[in-house]
Design a protein around this ligand. Structure first.
Ligand code: ADP
Ligand code: MG
Length: 424
């Protein structure tokens, strides 16, 4: 036996064998050094801990995505109020201005506001825990539509840059409809196709395939682009992670991941630097016993009426009455106690209430008003995304999502609420 100095060691390390398989090892033991102080050998136990390390990496990743999700929900809620203060007045100006130059400026404000709203929505769709009503979706048909929508990017733009991107599909026949939403699947495909195009600055090919498997439908998108190294690959689903300086938002794959997660599906990625990338995701077949979503609500015109809005955000409180002034006489109060103390509350045909209010939440206010025998229908207006089963929605007859920009949607909802009041 080698005589020498001994000390205890605990090591965790990754080792790659000749086949390229990397495993994590945990070694506890005594390190023996030779007479010249060099490590000679370790006497102890060695354990393969690859699964444990992967699970903890996965947990860190999930926690990071969860924290980002909460942050995104908070940001979108605040931005939705701010956006109402931009989009609402822009619409009021649009219908009052005649000077074409000013109209053009207002149009720019309005369009930029809409873009910001879409960005907020995308951020939320990607990382929030938004609930949707799932319907049967035709996968092959949605792929054809996504290819049409993206055609200018992979065909016209590519040709203009002097490169060729060939797109092929290998679509399985007789695919069952899957559980999802057509717009969600469309968005997933768009993001994956755009990324494939971005990954092939010298041209190449994209192949989209569908496979009908026993318990699911598999969709894969393969490109022959630049691929990714391991470090990039491990972060691609994080919101705002991008390697496309100045042009990327880093929200594409976060959105894809978020949508698939909501549908309880997964996505995998296989990539080789310099060779290309394949994204593969799985969709569950639609079972006919599942409920279909209700049809879109009919568009009604709102009669002239008196409504009340309880909203602590000044921008929203001032903007909404002005947006609706031709149809509704709207009284705005900014606290629940003001609302509760208003005389003759039954003069209002509809009561719109924000959720976060000083002193009392919007749903609690609605309950309190009901106790005072207020008969008007209650409409919840909120920048939070609440799913249909959320108890905070229970006291309300209708729900409007901020930012409220579509005059038609607001009017239709108020009209429905009023109609409900007079027919029930
Ligand atoms: P963005 O496209 O705005 O950068 P994404 O979330 O869509 O954001 O993608 C994040 C990153 O993932 C990209 O910046 C890129 O580095 C990498 N990536 C995504 N798809 C591919 C692909 N098909 N080939 C190579 N890299 C990709
Ligand atoms: Mg992208």
């Amino acid at each position: 036996m080698c005589q020498g100095i001994q000390e205890f060691i605990h090591l965790e390390f990754q080792h790659c064998d000749a086949t390229g398989t990397a495993d994590w090892f945990d070694i506890h033991g005594k390190l023996f050094r030779n007479a010249s102080g060099q490590p000679a050998y370790v006497l102890g136990t060695s354990e393969i801990i690859t699964n444990r390390v992967k699970a903890s990496q996965e947990m860190v990743k999930n926690n990071r995505l969860k924290a980002l999700g909460e942050m995104a929900a908070g940001i979108s809620h605040n931005l939705n109020n701010i956006l109402m203060g931009i989009l609402g007045p822009a619409q009021i100006l649009q219908s009052n201005l005649t000077d074409p130059d000013l109209l053009e400026d207002v149009d720019t404000i309005y369009k930029s506001g809409l873009r910001a709203r879409d960005l907020v929505k995308r951020l939320y769709r990607g990382v929030g825990n938004l609930q949707e009503i799932l319907t049967p979706v035709e996968v092959n048909q949605t792929i054809s539509e996504a290819l049409k929508t993206t055609r200018s990017r992979w065909k016209d733009d590519a040709e203009a840059r002097g490169i060729t991107i060939a797109v092929t599909t290998q679509l399985a026949n007789n695919l069952p409809s899957v559980k999802g939403t057509p717009s969600g699947l469309h968005e997933i495909l768009l993001n994956l196709i755009f990324n494939a195009v971005d990954a092939m600055p010298q041209g190449g090919s994209i192949t989209i395939a569908t496979i009908n498997e026993a318990n699911h439908v598999t969709v894969s998108i393969t490109d022959t682009g630049v691929g990714m190294d391991e470090q990039t690959r491990s972060r691609i689903f994080e919101p705002f992670f991008t390697t496309k300086m100045n042009v990327g938002t880093g929200l594409g794959l976060a959105t894809v991941y978020g949508i698939l997660k909501r549908w309880e599906n997964t996505i995998t990625v296989d990539s080789t630097p310099g060779k290309g990338t394949t994204f593969t995701f799985f969709l569950q077949p639609w079972r006919s016993s599942e409920n279909q979503s209700p049809d879109g609500a009919p568009v009604l015109s709102a009669p002239q009426s008196k409504s009340l809005i309880v909203e602590d955000d000044e921008t929203v409180g001032r903007t909404l009455p002005r947006m609706l002034k031709n149809q509704h006489d709207i009284t705005w109060v900014n606290t629940p106690s003001q609302a509760l103390n208003l005389p003759n509350l039954n003069q209002y045909s509809a009561i719109l209430i924000d959720l976060g209010l000083p002193g009392m939440r919007g749903d609690q206010l609605a309950e309190a008003l009901k106790k005072q025998n207020v008969t008007a229908p209650f409409i919840l207006i909120t920048g939070w995304h609440l799913d249909e089963t959320d108890p905070k929605r229970a006291p309300f007859d209708f729900y409007l999502q901020k930012p409220l920009v579509s005059l038609n949607e607001i009017q239709t909802t108020i009209a429905q609420a009023i109609q409900k009041k007079f027919t029930s």
